[in-house]
Design a protein around this ligand. Structure first.
Ligand code: G3I
Length: 394
């Protein structure tokens, strides 16, 4: 019965492809792309429908992770955690580590060139402490989320002093309270075509490639206890091997320069449709190479886009859950992986709501996270719970 329905939908998609093929090229490319995604989604749907996502017991994710000497947590915001009590309680129940989604970025902390405003960051640090959660820092050096005054104020003459002062003040302010810092975020971007695959960021333009090394040294001096991480996206799929190679080379270079980099943060913003091939073998080989450099690995921003998945909620949730399960069961095989954080906990609050690249064409609300908008556990939650429970002790 279900198979017949799938075949009918497949035929409808094929018919759509045929119709589009008869139309003008420029008008159909977008439609073809969409139909291709739908076909891939149907294939995934077929493959995941046998999975049960059964979970033993009711224990929250934090307990399941802690039992394996792992950490589970999520990104949270002052705006939501301070105003939504039900959500905040849920967050504290499920998470053993909190990372501010935006409150520790330059834009939030630096109202002016000589000013620092720690109000919201401090509130979150205290929230974490009150609820017995660890606290991560995100992020000391990034090309985005810079304050408006940055471009007019920072120049080649004062950039080093500005960078060092920022790191000294911010990492110094939270010293002793931070589990790990994303010291530098997203410094590799092959599309810019620069040597070593480095991103053409304001920091590179102002200070040259040594800004990364400089940032790690400053962070270590300001907070000798925090685990210092380099964090990046685009490291997950088969076709992202060139980026994995570039990031590995960056880490090797940093180590050979004596920079105190201690961990790699893998963002893991994943896709529910199967348009990007997931190759667990390649990913695990990369993780091993990173571990061989003596580095820990954190999955720092995990979520799964349901942008190109069917409208039907149960089909969608099933595919998203399968992506979580496949990804986590692969990465957790690597003992250097010490933490998994999702980028948000509940679909009630997700960056997808203001990112055009993640919105659904049918206008339906997105469902990328472990809990739904009503804070009920979804199959994605089950998938994370299962992989945490099945993984071996660190
Ligand atoms: O709060 C306002 C809201 O009132 C308004 O309705 C809405 C519409 O524009 O904007 C909201 O502000 C947004 C803010 O996030 C809320 O926290 C900003 O527009 C938006 O630019 C900002 O985006 C953040 C983005 O980083 C840039 O700092 C996202 O929340 C945050 O999830 C995202 O996080 C990044 C990581 O730092 C690095 N890795 C990728 C990840 C996702 O893009």
């Amino acid at each position: 019965m279900a198979k017949n329905r799938l075949m009918t939908r497949r035929r409808t998609v094929m018919l759509g492809l045929g119709l589009l093929a008869g139309m003008g090229f420029s008008t159909v490319t977008g439609g073809l792309k969409q139909l291709k995604s739908q076909m891939l989604a149907l294939d995934v749907q077929q493959r995941v429908k046998q999975r049960t996502f059964a979970v033993a017991g009711n224990a929250p994710l934090r307990d399941r992770a802690t039992a394996k000497k792992l950490l589970y947590g999520a990104a949270g915001e002052y705006r939501t955690l301070s105003s939504d009590k039900e959500f905040a309680a849920c967050f504290a129940r499920e998470c053993a580590i909190l990372v501010p989604e935006g409150e520790l970025k330059w834009k939030a902390l630096r109202p002016g060139p000589d000013q620092f405003d720690f109000t919201k960051g401090d509130w979150l640090a205290e929230f974490a402490q009150t609820h017995n959660m660890l606290f991560r820092g995100h992020t000391l050096v990034w090309h985005e989320a810079l304050p408006k005054w940055f471009a007019d104020t920072v120049n080649k003459e004062n950039a080093e002093q500005m960078l060092l002062k920022h790191i000294k003040t911010v990492a110094g302010h939270y010293a002793g309270k931070i589990h790990s810092w994303d010291v530098v975020n997203e410094a590799v971007f092959l599309e810019d075509g620069l040597p070593d695959g480095l991103r053409n960021s304001p920091w590179l333009q102002l200070l040259g490639p040594n800004y990364i090394n400089m940032a790690f040294r400053a962070a270590a001096a300001a907070d000798p206890q925090a685990l210092l991480a380099y964090n990046d996206f685009g490291l997950d799929y088969q076709d992202q091997e060139p980026k994995r190679v570039a990031v590995l080379k960056l880490l090797e270079r940093l180590k050979s320069q004596g920079a105190p980099v201690q961990a790699l943060g893998i963002q893991a913003h994943l896709w529910g449709d199967n348009s990007r091939n997931f190759n667990p073998k390649m990913l695990k080989a990369f993780l091993r190479n990173v571990a061989d450099l003596g580095l820990k690995v954190l999955i720092t921003e995990l979520d799964v886009s349901d942008k190109n998945l069917p409208s039907d909620v149960s089909a969608r949730d099933r595919i998203v859950a399968a992506v979580y399960e496949d990804y986590l069961s692969a990465v957790l095989e690597e003992s250097a992986v010490i933490a998994v954080l999702t980028w948000g906990l509940s679909d009630r609050y997700t960056w997808f709501d203001w990112a055009d690249s993640r919105k659904r064409a049918d206008g339906l609300p997105v469902r990328p996270l472990p809990l739904d908008r009503g804070l009920k556990r979804k199959l994605a939650w089950n998938a994370i719970a299962r992989t945490l429970s099945q993984t071996s002790n660190r």
